[in-house]
Write a protein that binds this ligand. Structure first.
Ligand SMILES: Cc1ncc(COP(=O)(O)O)c(C=O)c1O
Ligand SMILES: [Zn+2]
Length: 415
């Protein structure tokens, strides 16, 4: 079924068989899956894709699986909608929200990458899988491992949100809390992957896993009527999502499924962990690692594996990188909730707040079409909001109490 040909080093171009490997043996750069677009163009039509069930698997020829996907058959094809009240709030003409906060089964875009990784792990014959995670990947791996009936070890920094710990453990995976930040957790996982014959989703399966992120890009284009937006704003942690959405758009152009329009890529981070936006601002793909300190824990990767490529995507498309404070992140969460009725986690707050800041600074043109990629659900980071909010006091169950306490505000608002 696959049109994948081989793995190719992003730096030196050396090619490898489609085996479990993530880095080039010569230069340690990440490996990229290469496809046979000519053969694909001749066999699959855009109309056929559009007639398939509304899941990420409708683009299966552009994913690196040999067999039919084994699990997570309902993941993807989340809503993309015109956000007219947010447009008004930001003074913009055409904003769309891509809402992966309602992805299946664990409410983040990580369900897509894990769906590919676990199917690939099965093809490679791994009976145990694992990952290092800032929270959302932990949820996605443990849920999908449970559904697939495989053993899973999930390694997370000990300080991630309680909601994300509970919603990982509930699926029965072995959760390992590590006293350290993500970069230290990830190093431990690399050591484990070298010693044990396990499929580590974002270590030795990373080249395949990251391909799942491309489906965000295919869906955005298809849902816009097989059209590319003029601008797209994407949150960044390891930097894979932004580079893969870019790859997806390039593939759609290559296949002739969309007009070859230019898209500006804008990368969003929290100021408390902004190695990629800092590099983009310097105009230099080299990443200077940081020690994360932000409420956007899902984006808290201080030494991002795909960082240099994310910077190149941003600079090469004429976009920009921008970061926002914890206070602005909470404002972003509230703005999306109050204008569009969508409750996103801190990463989505970063995306919305960065879009607002870029428009204000004149770096993002509000007269052009803009897609905001909302990647995770607000119920998983409730603590980020509760820290900034006091519980309202209760009234007695009496009409007079209600009117006394609440009607003056209503009367004032409508006067
Ligand atoms: C909700 C959310 N959004 C965005 C990202 C960033 O993805 P990437 O690491 O591919 O840059 C993550 C990564 O963990 C995430 O959890
Ligand atoms: Zn190489």
């Amino acid at each position: 079924m696959t049109y994948a040909l081989h793995l190719k080093c992003r730096d030196c171009g050396r090619t490898y068989d489609l085996k479990p490997a993530a880095a080039c043996e010569e230069c340690w750069a990440p490996l990229e899956v290469v496809y046979d677009y000519n053969r694909l163009r001749g066999t699959v039509a855009r109309s056929e894709i559009a007639s398939r069930p509304a899941t990420m698997w409708r683009y299966r020829e552009l994913l690196p699986l040999e067999d039919e996907p084994a699990i997570s058959r309902h993941t993807g094809f989340t809503p993309l909608f015109r956000a007219s009240r947010l447009e008004r709030a930001l003074g913009a003409r055409e904003i769309y929200v891509k809402n992966d906060a309602v992805n299946h089964p664990t409410l983040s875009f990580k369900d897509r990458v894990v769906a590919v990784a676990l199917s690939k792990a099965r093809e490679f014959g791994f009976d145990t899988i694992g990952c290092s995670s800032t929270g959302n990947l932990a949820n996605a791996v443990s849920a999908q491992a449970a559904a697939a009936g495989v053993r899973a070890f999930i390694f997370v920094p000990a300080d991630i949100e309680r909601e994300k710990i509970l919603s990982t453990e509930v699926f029965g995976a072995q959760l390992v809390r590590v006293d350290g930040n993500y970069d230290q957790v990830n190093r431990l996982c690399s050591e484990i992957a070298m010693k044990y014959p396990w499929g580590m989703v974002n270590v030795n399966l990373r080249s395949y896993y990251a391909e799942g992120s491309k489906t965000v890009g295919y869906e955005v284009a298809e849902q816009l009527g097989w059209r590319l937006p003029e601008n797209i704003v994407i949150p960044m942690a390891g930097g894979a999502l932004i580079t893969k959405v870019h790859k997806a758009f390039e593939e759609l152009k290559e296949l002739g499924w969309v007009e070859p329009a230019a898209v500006r890529f804008f990368g969003a981070q929290a100021t408390g962990c902004s190695p990629i936006t800092a590099a983009a601002r310097r105009g230099d793909p080299e990443i200077i690692p940081q020690k994360p300190n932000t409420i956007a824990k899902s984006l808290a990767i201080g030494n991002p594996a795909d960082g240099p490529f994310a910077v190149k995507t941003i600079l090469g498309t004429g976009g920009a990188g921008e970061d926002v404070s914890d206070k602005e992140i909470v404002e972003g969460i509230r703005l999306l909730a109050e204008t569009e009725g969508v409750f996103t986690e801190t990463a989505g707050g970063v995306t919305v707040a960065v879009a607002r800041k870029l428009i204000r600074r004149g770096l993002l043109d509000p007269r052009q079409s803009i897609v905001l990629v909302i990647t995770g659900n607000g119920l998983k980071t409730l603590s980020a909001l509760s820290a900034s909010r006091e519980e309202s006091s209760a009234i007695r169950a009496k009409l007079s109490d209600f009117e006394e306490n609440y009607m003056p505000a209503v009367t004032a608002a409508t006067a």
